[in-house]
Design a protein around this ligand. Structure first.
Ligand code: ZN
Length: 184
C-alpha cells in the first residue's frame, strides 16, 4: 500500500467509500493545503497545511494528524491586529450516515463529538479543521512583548481617574447612608 500522502489543494471534501469497505485498520494519508479557511467570521486562517491519516475504525473513520496555519488576531490589550502562527494536533471521528455494505441508513448516535460522513460517502474536513484551529488560538491574544498596553492616553505620569470616580461613588453612598440613619 502506498504510504506517500495524497496531496489535496484547496479542497476539504474526501470520498471515503473505498476506505469504508476495508477492514478495521485500513489507512489513507493526505497532505492538505488550503489558501484560506474561515474560522469565526470575520476571522480567516491562511496558508493552512494539515498532515492527516484516515483510519478505518469500527464506528467509521478516525482522522488523526496535525495542522498549522496563520491568522490575524486582535490584541486584547492594545486592540491592534497582528498576525500569528498556530498549530496543533488533530483527532476526530467521522461516522457514516449510510452503511456502505447494505446502503441502509445508520442510526447516528449523535454525541456531538463526531462528524458526519454524508450519504455519498464523503466527509468534509472543513468544520473539524475550523474547530481544531480555534482551539489552538490563545483565548486572550497579546500582540507581543513590546505591546504598548492598554489605552495609551493615561501614560506620561497621569493616573487613571478610576480611583477618584470610585471615591465619588463611595461618597454618594456614604451620604445616602448618613441620610437614612438621620431619618431613623
Ligand atoms: Zn498589543
Amino acid at each position: 500500500m502506498a504510504t506517500e500522502p495524497t496531496p489535496i489543494n484547496n479542497d476539504t471534501v474526501l470520498n471515503v467509500a473505498q476506505l469504508l469497505k476495508e477492514q478495521v485498520g485500513g489507512k489513507r494519508v493526505y497532505a492538505l493545503t488550503l489558501d484560506a479557511l474561515p474560522l469565526d467570521d470575520p476571522m480567516m486562517a491562511r496558508d493552512v497545511t494539515a498532515q492527516l491519516k484516515l483510519t478505518r475504525i469500527a464506528d467509521g473513520i478516525l482522522v488523526t494528524g496535525s495542522l498549522a496555519g496563520r491568522t490575524r488576531l486582535e490584541c486584547v490589550r492594545c486592540l491592534e491586529e497582528f498576525d500569528t502562527d498556530f498549530g496543533g494536533d488533530v483527532e476526530a471521528e467521522f461516522r457514516p450516515t449510510i452503511d456502505i455494505a447494505s446502503g441502509m441508513l445508520v442510526e447516528v448516535d449523535d454525541d456531538g463529538e463526531s462528524f458526519e460522513i454524508d450519504d455519498n460517502h464523503c466527509l468534509d474536513l472543513a468544520e473539524m479543521l475550523r474547530q481544531v484551529s480555534i482551539l489552538t488560538l490563545p483565548i486572550r491574544p497579546v500582540c507581543g512583548d513590546d505591546c504598548p498596553g492598554f489605552t495609551s492616553e493615561f501614560r506620561g505620569g497621569e493616573e487613571p481617574p478610576t480611583e477618584e470616580a470610585g471615591d465619588e461613588r463611595l461618597a454618594v453612598l456614604e451620604k445616602l447612608l448618613d441620610d437614612s440613619r438621620g431619618n431613623s
